[in-house]
Design a protein around this ligand. Structure first.
Ligand code: GLN
Length: 278
C-alpha cells in the first residue's frame, strides 16, 4: 500500500498499530525523535518515508517486535542495539541490575560476571554504573556476543570483557573468584503457551526456555555459584513469576545465605539474591 501526502497524524492513524508502537516506528522511518513528530503532526511526509513506515507497520502487525524492527532498545538508560540473535531487554531485568548494584561496593575493584549476556544489557548497565568493576560477560551464542561487543564499543565501556561458552564452562580460563554473579537465564517451561505468543515468537528460543520445567539453567547456575564466588560474594538471578519459592530453595540447597526474593515494578517476585559464606 502506498499513500500520497500522508501527514504524521494520518500515517499513525492508518498504521493499525497502538500509538506507542506507531510513533516509535514512524520516528525510526523518518530519522527523527518523538518530539519532532509531536511538533510536526500535520506536516506532509515524503512519499518514500511514509511507504517505509507503512511497510514497518505491516511487519509489526504480522508480529515482529518493535525492537527488532528499529534495531534498538533502551535499558537502564543505555541505548542498546538488538537483533533477532538476542533477547530483547525487559524492564523487569532492571530490577536484577538494581539488586546487584545495591550489593556491590563502588569504592574498590570488584569482579562481576553476567552469565548469558545476550545484548550485553546486564553487564553493560553494571559496567556503566560501577567504573571500578571489571565485568565479564558470557554467552553460548557467538552471534549474541557480536551484538554485545558492539554495544560495549559504541557505549565506550572499556571495563567489560566477553567470552564464549555454556554457563560456567565459559569461565574455564578465569582463576580469580567473582564478587558478584548475575544471570537472566532462560526460565520458561517447555510447552508454556507464552512461547507461542507476541514478541516471544521472534526471540531466540534458547534465550527463553531451557526445556523441561524451566528451572534447569537456574539449577546449574545456582549450584555452581559458591565455587566461583569470593567469600561474601553475591549471586543474583532473574526467574519466572511463579518460581520464587523454587529458586529460594535452590539457593538454600547451595548453602547461600542472606537470601532475598525481590519483586519487579509490576509487583511480581522476579529476582533472588544470596551470598556465599565468609
Ligand atoms: N522474562 C522473559 C519473558 O517471560 C523470559 C526471559 C527469560 O527466560 N529469561 O518474557
Amino acid at each position: 500500500m502506498t499513500q500520497d501526502g500522508l501527514t504524521v497524524r494520518r500515517a499513525v492513524a492508518l498504521s493499525g498499530l497502538v500509538p506507542a508502537d506507531a510513533l516509535v516506528l514512524l520516528a525510526h522511518a523518518l530519522g527523527v525523535d518523538r518530539a519532532w513528530l509531536v511538533a510536526h503532526a500535520t506536516d506532509p511526509l515524503p512519499r518514500e518515508r511514509s511507504d517505509a513506515f507503512l511497510a514497518l507497520a505491516q511487519r509489526r502487525r504480522d508480529g515482529e517486535p518493535v525492537a527488532y524492527l528499529t534495531g534498538w532498545r533502551e535499558f537502564f538508560g543505555l541505548d542498546l542495539a538488538v537483533t533477532p540473535s538476542v533477547l530483547i531487554p525487559r524492564p523487569e531485568t532492571e530490577t536484577l541490575v538494581e539488586v546487584v548494584l545495591e550489593r556491590l561496593p563502588a569504592d574498590r575493584k570488584v569482579r562481576v560476571v553476567d552469565l548469558g549476556t545476550g545484548s550485553g544489557a546486564i553487564a553493560l548497565a553494571i559496567a556503566s554504573q560501577r567504573p571500578l568493576a571489571q565485568v565479564l560477560a558470557t554467552d553460548l551464542s557467538d552471534a549474541a556476543l557480536d551484538v554485545a561487543r558492539g554495544n560495549a564499543a559504541r557505549l565506550g565501556l572499556a571495563n567489560v570483557r566477553f567470552t564464549q561458552g555454556d554457563w560456567y564452562a565459559a569461565l574455564a580460563g578465569e582463576s580469580a573468584p567473582f564478587d558478584a554473579i548475575a544471570a537472566n537465564p532462560p526460565y520458561i517451561a517447555a510447552g508454556d503457551g507464552h512461547l507461542g505468543e507476541g514478541d516471544l515468537r521472534s526471540e531466540p528460543v534458547q534465550a527463553l526456555t531451557p526445556g523441561g520445567d524451566g528451572l534447569d539453567a537456574l539449577r546449574t547456575i545456582v549450584a555452581g555459584a559458591p565455587a566461583r564466588l569470593a567469600p561474601d560474594g553475591w549471586l543474583a538471578v532473574e526467574h519466572g513469576h511463579d518460581q520464587g519459592d523454587d529458586v529460594r530453595a535452590l539457593f538454600e540447597a547451595a548453602g547461600l545465605r542472606e537470601i532475598t526474593v525481590r519483586r519487579d515494578l509490576a509487583g511480581i517476585p522476579r529476582v533472588v539474591a544470596g551470598r556465599r559464606g565468609g
